[in-house]
Write a protein that binds this ligand. Structure first.
Ligand SMILES: Nc1ncnc2c1ncn2[C@@H]1O[C@H](COP(=O)(O)OP(=O)(O)OP(=O)(O)O)[C@@H](O)[C@H]1O
Length: 371
């Protein structure tokens, strides 16, 4: 009796109930279409800004799933450098941040280039520029070693095994079969189903010692770009997976313990695509509001510290920066004195960039969204 999906006699011939997927597929397509319509409203400059914003969200979320917390400014800086946007006042990003951004850009920008084992090896190596995952030295740019590959949780000695990947022996064949399918998918296979299947198939093969989750998400991004036949994807599925991490692991685990009928997995995946598109509408609206703000203030003299604080507030959206800005937060964000913070915030109020909320000890500042 097979225990894992890859032990099924027909592996990897996935099957699904077309009728059960009709509604979730139609819903995902509807949301996706609405978002594409919004994208049409962005002009070239705004679309760069939206692309940067989505990439920042994707990077922060895909690394947060792994438990790594990247600094927002470091991510913003790496994205800006890679997209040719202004970087004034932003720190030099660490190599690991650049590595992840390069993987995400290569997966999406190069969506129409073939996926090959070498390309995947390069991506995996870029995630671990020091050759270490935390304190552990790992194999990079090559397949995992002979040790069984298990996804476990719990304390040593009382671990729970959630999944065991196929053995090392035959792994080259497993990976090649996946890649061949990616490059020559069955005729008529819907692009969103292709993305869902690619994600599941890749994490099931689990070809590397580490980074399989991040790579599965990058491959999914690539598949979603192939679906829309464009490199600019406006929604972040990693943000959804991060938000629904437990449900994601449950759906995956159930599927990987099951037979080759993956209808439930695809239903879950399509629902997440629909929700990701819905959330992206908020991001696009924020990008438009931010761009309008800077257009209004293109002639206003604003120093780098003020610009940094304003961008923080603008990126968080209306009411999104918890508790608003105040002198303490401004001083700590810019590593400056409270007296300077007070003076510069008051200056921004005078210039119509900020409005003051509350007074005395609870004085706060919000963006003045409309001029
Ligand atoms: N309970 C589980 N059942 C099945 N698969 C799981 C479970 N937990 C995690 N996984 C899969 O294993 C992946 C993690 O693999 P790995 O540690 O090699 O990748 P990573 O990129 O370092 O991690 P992460 O996905 O956490 O960022 C997850 O993304 C998920 O796809």
């Amino acid at each position: 009796m097979p225990h894992w999906i890859w032990q099924q006699a027909d592996w990897p011939k996935f099957r699904w109930d077309e009728r059960a997927l009709l509604t979730p597929l139609a819903q995902a397509r509807l949301k996706q279409g609405k978002l594409l319509g919004l994208k049409g409203l962005l002009d070239a400059g705004l679309s760069d800004e939206a692309r940067a914003q989505i990439l920042i969200e994707e990077c922060l979320n895909t690394s947060a799933i792994e438990g790594e917390r990247f600094d927002v400014d470091a991510v913003r800086s790496s994205v800006a450098r890679h997209l040719g946007l202004p970087t004034a006042g932003l720190p030099r990003p660490p190599r690991a941040v650049d590595g992840l951004i390069e993987v995400l850009l290569d997966a999406t920008g190069g969506f129409d280039r073939p996926l090959t084992p070498q390309r995947l090896f390069g991506w995996q190596a870029a995630l671990f520029p020091t050759g270490y995952s935390g304190l552990v030295e790992i194999r990079t740019a090559s397949l995992r070693g002979d040790a069984p590959m298990r996804v476990v949780s719990g304390r040593a000695g009382r671990e729970k095994v959630h999944f065991e990947a196929p053995p090392r022996d035959g792994l080259e064949r497993e990976l090649q079969a996946f890649i061949d399918w990616c490059e020559h998918p069955p005729a008529g296979l819907d692009g969103l189903l292709f993305a869902g299947l690619a994600h599941l198939w890749f994490v099931t093969v689990h070809p590397f010692e580490d980074g399989n989750g991040r790579l599965a998400r990058a491959i999914t991004d690539m598949a979603l770009c192939r679906d829309e036949a464009q490199p600019l994807r406006m929604f972040s599925l990693s943000a959804r997976i991060m938000h629904e991490r437990d449900a994601y692991y449950t759906a995956l685990e159930r599927t990987q313990r099951g037979d080759l009928d993956v209808t439930d997995w695809l239903q879950w995946f399509l629902a997440e695509v629909a929700l990701a598109c819905e959330q992206a509408e908020v991001t696009v609206a924020r990008v438009i509001a931010k761009a309008r703000f800077w257009l209004r203030h293109q002639g206003t003299p604003i120093n780098e510290r003020q610009r940094k604080a304003l961008n923080r507030l603008l990126d968080a959206g209306e009411g999104g920066f918890e508790g608003g800005m105040n002198t303490r937060k401004y001083a700590s964000l810019n590593k400056t004195s409270r007296a300077t913070a007070y003076r510069e915030l008051a200056d921004l109020v005078g210039k119509g960039c900020l409005v003051q909320t509350g007074d005395g000890r609870s004085t706060g500042y919000e963006v003045c969204w409309e001029g």
